[in-house]
Write a protein that binds this ligand. Structure first.
Ligand code: AHR
Length: 516
């Protein structure tokens, strides 16, 4: 080959490499801006009397051959303790507005049965009630978050439940609690006043509900040493008019928090929502687009709240979130059992980044739901149990709990599919009480690795280490035959170059970096 041709090929190759080499995404972080605390309660969970979450999930048959405390399944407890579960919401959901707490106390054999009309029409034997739930929270070392019944319960019923939980003295409800074996009050503080009162919780208008809220909340008393954080039933998705009416009609002192529910639907439709495991790139893209919608939803509700509460006294409580797919073929449609893939891990990582970045307003959040229901952390099949990709993301992200948010400024490259695009990368960062900085990064692009270069202002660090959750395909999952297909592993793609951090995020990855 002639000298000129070789030179020509060389130049073409250099140009092509330059053209396709990705410019690193530059993140801008300054620890001097770390002011807001990321409440640990953003990492909360939800356990409803629904399908196999409580019964055959947390609460099992006494004949089952797994470690148990009474009938509480201890391998689940141990797994949740490992991720420092901060709170657990119970007993619903829609179930909460049909639940009469007195049916779930006293001798188990004598408790009345009921029909769980919301979820599969199954018979509820009430063997898991107030004492069992509080025992579970004690084992988990987490805060209970009780959802009281407004839809079909009375003001008196809710008031008496609070007294039963929280009063330390002589009173009818405190005496009843003692008679049932619990001398001291539990002192619960997170207290929901109804659930989805615009729908399964009573089909109310916001005007009507805001009046009811005031009534129920007035009689849900603060007992000595046990002040309640009362959380009003809130809007769904983009319905800011519910938030507007609540903020306008209810004084901040009565309402500690206002709830918001937002589920990610793969197809965007409630009818055929899409399979949990069988989907193509178009459906993957749509799901992630819908998931990222959480950012705008939170911003819109927060903007309405800012109008009435500029000092941000009222918390936005996103007490139901996650991906909601069609149920697994052959399972009870009322039980909402779905598998959990790498896509779920990306949803969890992205949503938690969104919540961290809005921690000035979002102070509690609850993934729906902990075991065997919707975007679960844990799936069980008789004695077998597996940790889902979502669980592993919560494990990675626990370092953000109660740390100070470091705001990040950056422009993400696009993940493009056809004529549509979404940001490929999302991130959040925090600094903990020991001065360690944690940076969580998500790459949604299924085929491109992305390099980030971060200039860090205001921190002293000598090195970086990390963990990653990733898998080649977005619909890979952990099965009972292969429960560890997706699990966190050491991340070696980050280096310190002078004062700069460089990290290469593989496609479909959730990465947690620690700089100290
Ligand atoms: O999480 C399942 C259900 O979704 C809850 O019971 C209800 O609040 C919501 O509609």
């Amino acid at each position: 080959m002639k000298k000129n041709s070789l030179l020509f090929i060389f130049l073409i190759t250099v140009c092509a490499l330059k053209l396709f080499a990705q410019t690193p995404v530059s993140l801008n972080l300054n620890t001097a801006e770390a002011k807001e605390t990321i409440s640990k309660h953003i990492y909360g969970h939800f356990s409803e009397h629904l399908g196999r979450c409580i019964y055959d999930g947390f609460w099992i048959d006494s004949t089952m051959n797994v470690p148990k405390h009474d009938r509480i399944r201890m391998d689940i407890v141990e797994a949740l303790k490992k991720i420092n579960i901060p709170n657990l919401r119970w007993p619903g959901g829609c179930f909460a507005d049909e639940y009469h707490w007195r049916d779930g106390i006293g001798l188990r054999g004598q408790r009345p049965k009921m029909v769980n009309t919301n979820w599969g029409g199954v018979t509820e034997d009430n063997s898991f009630g107030t004492h069992e739930f509080m025992e579970l929270c004690g084992l988990l070392n987490c805060e209970p978050y009780i959802a009281g019944n407004v839809g079909s319960g009375t003001v008196e019923e809710m008031a008496k439940w609070v007294e039963y939980f929280n009063f330390d003295g002589v009173s009818p409800m405190a005496n009843l609690r003692k008679q049932n074996g619990h001398e001291k009050p539990w002192k619960v503080s997170l207290w929901g006043v109804g659930n989805e009162s615009w729908g399964c919780g009573g089909n109310m208008t916001p005007e009507y509900y805001s009046d009811l809220f005031k009534r129920y909340a007035t009689y849900a008393r603060d007992y000595p040493g046990a002040p309640l954080k009362k959380i009003a039933s809130g809007a769904s998705d983009w319905n800011t008019s519910w938030t507007e009416v609540m903020m306008k009609n209810v004084p901040a002192g009565l309402m500690w928090g206002l709830s918001l529910h937002y589920y990610t639907l793969p197809t965007g439709k409630w009818g055929k929502k899409g399979s949990a495991t069988v989907f193509d790139e178009k459906e993957y893209f749509n799901t992630m687009k819908n998931c990222l919608g959480m950012d705008e939803v939170v911003k819109r509700h927060a903007a309405v709240m800012d109008k009435y509460d500029p000092q941000k006294k009222v918390a936005l409580v996103v007490d139901e979130w996650g991906v909601w797919t069609d149920v697994e073929p052959g399972t009870n449609p009322g039980f909402l059992y779905q598998q959990n893939t790498m896509r779920d891990a990306l949803i969890a990582g992205s949503t938690l980044n969104i919540f961290n970045n809005h921690c000035d307003r979002v102070r509690v959040a609850n993934l729906a739901q902990t075991v065997n229901v919707l975007q679960a952390l844990i799936l069980t099949d008789k004695e077998k149990m597996l940790l889902t990709p979502t669980y592993h993301v919560f494990d990675l992200y626990k370092v953000h709990m109660d740390a100070k948010l470091i705001p990040i400024r950056f422009t993400s490259p696009d993940y493009v599919l056809g004529d549509q695009n979404i940001p490929a990368v999302n991130a959040s960062a925090s600094i903990d009480s020991k001065g360690a900085v944690h940076l969580s990064l998500v790459n949604l692009d299924p085929s491109k690795k992305i390099t980030v270069a971060t200039a860090l202002t205001g921190i002293k660090w000598s090195g970086v280490q990390g963990q990653i959750v990733t898998s080649p395909k977005f619909n890979d999952y952990n099965s009972f035959a292969n429960p560890d297909k997706i699990r966190p592993v050491k991340f070696t793609g980050a280096v310190k170059k002078g004062d700069q951090l460089n990290a290469e995020l593989p496609p479909l990855s959730v990465v947690m970096l620690e700089l100290k």
